[in-house]
Design a protein around this ligand. Structure first.
Ligand SMILES: Nc1nc2c(ncn2[C@@H]2O[C@H](COP(=O)(O)OP(=O)(O)OP(=O)(O)O)[C@@H](O)[C@H]2O)c(=O)[nH]1
Ligand SMILES: [Mg+2]
Length: 246
């Protein structure tokens, strides 16, 4: 496994947050222990629980934390893109990580994902490989995830087992393609639009098994509206890519 020192200025980790005060503190502390030189970018959509204040406290303790504050809930996907835009313009980073704040994406697995990352591939943390596990998810959440993934496979023909998990590492080329694209989705389903785009542009993917544990603190932001927007989004993504020739 690569030494943490090698990561200096090479890695940015973008974390979208909406009311994740407790979780963000634990996540950032673990990430800094694991990968001390990464730039951590939190993109917060005006959380009402003091997530931004917590991040500002952490900024005093640790360097290499940047906070982007947006005015309101604009969607998980667009939050990550805002973080990538900042990182792309302000750093020479080569690895762009995205992960949730709620500790479902275990930071101790990140070095395993990093070990697979290079300039040629996009690394996908996958909940649907033989060694992957999902713990604590309610049955309706499992069904939604499975159903969404099977619809995405059928309609968008992406050769990835898990197109809806936001634990990923993109290389700089992939991020430049994402930033040039005008996304038609902005919530969680943007994860599928980005993968469809990169697949269309012939990027290679490596899937790595992950152990996904349902959040212990805070509330899920995947309510009925997010589910509906996700399914509408899948059809809109298909339509968009069918209409484009390149
Ligand atoms: N900035 C920002 N972050 C968001 C938004 N919606 C969700 N998030 C964050 O995106 C991450 C994933 O959201 P979750 O609610 O955990 O959704 P999920 O992990 O797909 O689904 P669950 O398993 O139900 O938790 C978390 O870090 C959220 O705080 C948003 O509109 N803006
Ligand atoms: Mg979650």
């Amino acid at each position: 496994m690569k030494s943490a020192k090698l990561y200096k200025n090479k890695i940015v980790i973008v974390i979208p947050t909406l009311n994740e005060k407790e979780n963000i503190k634990k996540l950032i502390s673990s990430l800094i222990k694991l990968i001390s030189n990464a730039l951590i970018i939190v993109v917060d959509d005006n959380s009402q629980d003091g997530t931004n204040t917590e991040v500002k406290k952490l900024q005093q303790r640790y360097k290499n934390i940047h906070l982007i504050e947006r005015k309101g809930k604009l969607g998980r996907g667009s939050a990550v893109m805002a973080g990538f835009l900042y990182a792309f313009n302000q750093t020479k980073a080569e690895m762009f990580v995205e992960m949730d704040a709620d500790l479902s994406h275990n930071p101790t697995e990140l070095p395993k994902l990093i070990a697979k990352a290079d300039n040629d591939v996009v690394v996908i943390g996958s909940r649907y490989l033989s060694k992957s596990r999902i713990y604590g998810w309610p049955i309706q959440r499992r069904i939604f995830s499975k159903f969404a993934n099977s619809l995405i496979h059928r309609l968008l023909k992406i050769p990835i087992h898990d197109c809806t998990n936001g634990y990923r590492i993109y290389n700089r080329n992939a991020v430049s393609v994402l930033l040039e694209h005008t996304f038609i989705t902005r919530g969680h389903i943007l994860l599928s639009e980005s993968i469809a785009l990169l697949h269309k542009k012939h990027f290679k993917f490596v899937e790595v098994s992950t152990i996904f544990v349902n959040r212990k603190v805070g509330n899920s932001k995947v309510g009925t509206n997010e589910v509906i927007q996700s399914f509408i989004g899948i059809f809109r993504i298909k339509q968009q890519f069918d209409n484009k020739t390149n």
